[in-house]
Ligand binder design. Structure first.
Ligand code: HEM
Length: 417
């Protein structure tokens, strides 16, 4: 059995730049029990088995009750009411069938391939604008100048969030994304901040949804708020708010890491950067390899609904389970030479977008944005060099990516050069 403190080491920010040797040690057992009673699932085969196992639940969010304030009116009336309302706003990433499937169907009806394809030209335009603004720069921060604004603008436009409100989501999204980090769930202060943030963003969304119903537009939120599903009817208001927040946050916190991790990796393997510049048609396969080799989402948590026997380990009913996707994507039993970045890799069944019934809804959009971004960066940044390697990382171990990526450049070429 591997050392039962290895997952604590994975969560330790000191290991953020390179958690992969820890994953290799954890993989000595496909399911590794940790000191705190968590079961970490690390091999490709064990992850696949559990992703399709109905005894594994995504309903593992802790209850979010306000801490006592000492004010009886707040403690007995206002806050319990708010807590009750909040528990009804459970996004479908944290739900099991049948509710999950109904809500997801509503979203898929709006998140159509046509709607995503229609974003193509707009994404190329945004990429070009962001780079044009840095024409004469000698240094850029890829995160602040490019990888963050691109997906945020795209998801806001797709949903129909007015551009003047975009800035408000930065802090909200960063805060709420901590709900995916196991340690933040145990931390009272972090929970309190999440509650406040959730209340603020939910109030904003409620107003926006009312506005969409009064003045329908051709955007995803209008579709969700007004159209009926032939089988499921209209989405209820609590679910509508929770779903729109989920889409907004998922659109903020993940694609930024794919673009930034992507450029970081390409700068570490300059021959691949050069190749992408000369042969942009390799981009789709290169992006799949990035999703395997440096994925934006390293793990997701679950709960065992019943006792589960897997690969020689018994996971007890009720135990917290970590699906360590990034480890499965580097499993030598599934991938030849898994620690090698190889954009020519075939049969690349990675877990970058998860799998099974919670497979990422935004995958086609994320792929489209990453392709437009990385091809343009490869072609237009003149002589890019990493100023910090490793770069500083954001705190998250699950949603893992650089906080900043400072590059020295000799300016930015015009789009058609
Ligand atoms: C590179 C970018 C992205 C990555 C790596 C990524 C990764 C993932 C992963 C691993 C899951 C599975 C979660 C689980 O099993 O619990 C997931 C689910 C999800 N993603 Fe993404 N995602 C990305 C971008 C997006 C975007 C842009 C959106 C929306 C606009 C989005 C929306 C969602 C939603 C709604 C779910 C929940 C699906 C469900 O529970 O059925 N994602 N994503």
């Amino acid at each position: 059995m591997p050392d039962p403190t290895l997952f604590a080491a994975v969560k330790d920010p000191a290991n953020r730049p390179n958690p992969y040797p820890l994953y290799a040690r954890l993989r000595e057992a496909p399911v590794a029990r940790q000191d705190d009673g968590t079961y970490v699932v690390t091999t490709h085969a064990a992850l696949r088995a559990l992703l399709f196992d109905p005894r594994i639940s995504s309903e593992d969010l802790p209850s979010t009750s306000h801490p006592r304030t000492g004010n009886p009116f707040k403690d007995w009336i206002i806050n319990p009411f708010k807590d009750h309302v909040r528990t009804k706003h459970r996004p479908f990433i944290f739900r099991d069938p049948p509710d999950h499937d109904v809500l997801r169907r509503h979203v898929m009806r709006e998140f159509t391939p046509e709607r995503i394809r229609a974003m193509h030209g707009r994404v190329d335009g945004l990429v070009a604008d962001l780079l044009d603004r840095r024409r004469d720069a000698r240094a850029i921060d890829l995160v602040d100048d490019f990888s963050y604004p691109l997906p945020v603008t795209v998801i806001c436009e797709l949903l129909g969030v007015p551009p003047e409100d975009e800035g408000r989501f930065h802090g909200w999204a960063t805060q709420l994304a901590t709900a995916l980090e196991p340690d933040a769930r145990q931390d009272e202060a972090a929970l309190g901040r999440n509650i406040e943030t959730f209340d603020a963003i939910a109030a904003y969304m409620q107003d926006l949804i009312k506005d969409k119903r009064r003045h329908p537009k051709d955007d995803l939120l209008t579709g969700l708020a007004t159209r009926e599903d032939p089988q499921a009817g209209r989405m209820g208001d609590y679910d509508l708010i929770a779903t729109s927040i989920l889409l907004l946050i998922a659109g903020h916190e993940t694609t930024v890491n794919l673009i930034t991790n992507g450029m970081l990796t390409l700068l570490r393997f300059p021959a691949q950067l050069e190749r992408l510049r000369a042969e942009p048609e390799i981009a789709p396969r290169l992006i799949e390899e990035l999703l395997r080799y440096e994925p934006p989402v390293h793990f997701r948590t679950r709960k065992a609904l019943a006792e589960i026997e897997l690969a020689g380990t018994t996971i007890p009913a009720g135990a917290p389970v970590v699906l360590l996707f990034a480890s499965g994507s580097r499993d030598p039993a599934r991938f030849a030479d898994p620690d090698r970045f190889d954009p020519d890799r075939e049969d690349n069944q990675h877990f970058g977008f998860g799998g099974s019934l919670h497979f990422c809804v935004g995958a086609p959009l994320a792929r489209l944005e990453a392709e437009a971004a990385l091809v343009a960066l490869a072609r237009r940044l003149r002589n890019p060099r990493l100023l910090d390697d490793p770069p500083p990382y954001r705190p998250g171990a699950s949603l893992r990516g650089p906080e900043h990526l400072r590059l020295a450049i000799d300016g930015v070429s015009p789009p058609d050069a």
